[in-house]
Ligand binder design. Structure first.
Ligand SMILES: NC(=O)c1ccc[n+]([C@@H]2O[C@H](COP(=O)([O-])OP(=O)(O)OC[C@H]3O[C@@H](n4cnc5c(N)ncnc54)[C@H](O)[C@@H]3O)[C@@H](O)[C@H]2O)c1
Length: 356
């Protein structure tokens, strides 16, 4: 199945094409952009090894000159050093403003490539071919691009929207189980914050690698729709966009506590959503059954729902220095499933008991 979603961001509208084999639409879509220059394919070594040749051949159909820049794979290369390497390669190939950067990979490559596009020659057009579940349902939409600094994640960045996005769900078949599950944590988040009707599809979806392509196409489409509407309302994260951080305040702190090593982002967000659900219940909003729904749906996809052994005091200190905290103790909680709110003042004891 193929779906098209338009993201009407204030800084420019663009389309997201999702579904199996949408990658084959790439030459026509590029030719429709009116950009007549060269094409720079930016990918990482792992994705390049699996799909590089195929995508290269597809790009060649445009008749344009194509050059490839392959970066190292992994979050630890999401830094200004990698951006400099991309800049060196592009400037050596005499990159111009009517050239197009085709950024191909997951969230890490997307964030780096989009950021390089945003700053080179004061802004080059770019598109994202999103190849992980997380990138398809989340990071490729909304134009948040950037790299990490040694003092924290995503501290150097921009809001810079792509010209279009392609989310070909066939790419998901070659993911690692852990990367699939990282994406599933975000999928489940959307159902809790905006669309509880998605739970039927989510419970009907087999876990990796036995998932149905038709069901995942629909789920990816639902998530893109939700994110697109939120981005349209609040492109620069002045308010409502923060609801996308459901479970993330706790989750980021857990990731940082374990120094981004032992626990993946999706696993941390999963535990974070359970903590946020317990906080919502303890504040008198959702029921025990709704907390149990969190536990059931997350554990169905092998995501952790119980806190590892942790020093709560240290975790609270980390939370106080999360850059997304405009104030300490600012949380996204659920008034009911599908109705999130941002709360400014939460008693520290409530946070501690949600974590336990
Ligand atoms: N910009 C945003 O709005 C936003 C939102 C959420 C997360 N993020 C960022 O996204 C990043 C995480 O993204 P991710 O989970 O996609 O990680 P990732 O990009 O590191 O991809 C995970 C692994 O899968 C590999 N891979 C990618 N596509 C593949 C495929 N089709 N088959 C096999 N392997 C494949 C990658 O090479 C990598 O090894 C983090 O840096 C996070 O900060 C950004």
């Amino acid at each position: 199945m193929t779906f098209e979603v338009t993201v009407r961001a204030r800084s420019g509208a663009y389309k997201v094409y999702c579904g199996s084999n949408t990658i084959l639409m790439l030459p026509d879509i590029i030719m429709g952009t009116g950009l007549a220059g060269k094409i720079f394919l930016i990918t990482n070594k792992r994705v390049d090894a699996i799909y590089g040749e195929k995508v290269w051949e597809i790009l060649k159909i445009t008749g344009r000159k194509v050059a490839k820049v392959s970066i190292e794979d992994g979050e630890r290369y999401k830094n200004s050093g990698t951006v400099t390497k991309i800049a060196d390669a592009l400037l050596r190939y005499r990159c111009r403003r009517n050239d197009l950067l085709v950024v191909f990979g997951g969230g890490v490559t997307g964030d780096i490539g989009g950021f390089a596009a945003g700053i080179l020659l004061r802004g080059l057009p770019y598109v994202h071919l999103a190849s992980t579940l997380l990138a398809q349902v989340d990071s490729s939409i909304g134009g948040k691009v950037g790299v990490n600094h040694r003092l924290g994640k995503n501290l150097i960045g921009l809001f810079y929207q792509p010209r279009f996005v392609i989310c070909d769900t066939n790419f998901l078949c070659t993911l690692d189980l852990r990367d699939w599950r990282n994406g599933m944590a975000e999928v489940i988040k959307y159902a809790f914050i905006r669309k509880p009707e998605m739970f039927d599809k989510i419970f009907g979806l087999q876990d990796f690698p036995w998932f149905s392509v038709d069901v995942i196409d629909e789920i990816v489409h639902d998530c893109i729709e939700i994110k697109a509407r939120i981005v349209e309302e609040d492109e620069f994260e002045q308010g409502i966009r923060a609801i996308l951080n459901y479970g993330h305040t706790f989750g980021h702190a857990i990731e940082t506590y374990f120094k981004h090593k032992k626990i993946s982002h999706g696993e941390a967000v999963s535990m974070g959503m359970v903590a946020a659900a317990k906080l919502s219940r303890n504040l008198g909003y959702i029921s025990n059954d709704e907390v149990k729904l969190h536990i059931d749906v997350l554990s169905r996809f092998g995501l952790p729902v119980e806190m590892p052994r942790i020093d709560i005091e240290d975790l609270l200190n980390i939370m106080g220095s999360d850059k997304k905290h405009l104030q300490e103790n600012r949380f996204v909680i659920l008034k009911k499933v599908g109705k999130p709110v941002i709360v400014e003042e939460v008693d520290q004891q409530e946070i501690i008991s949600a974590l336990r």
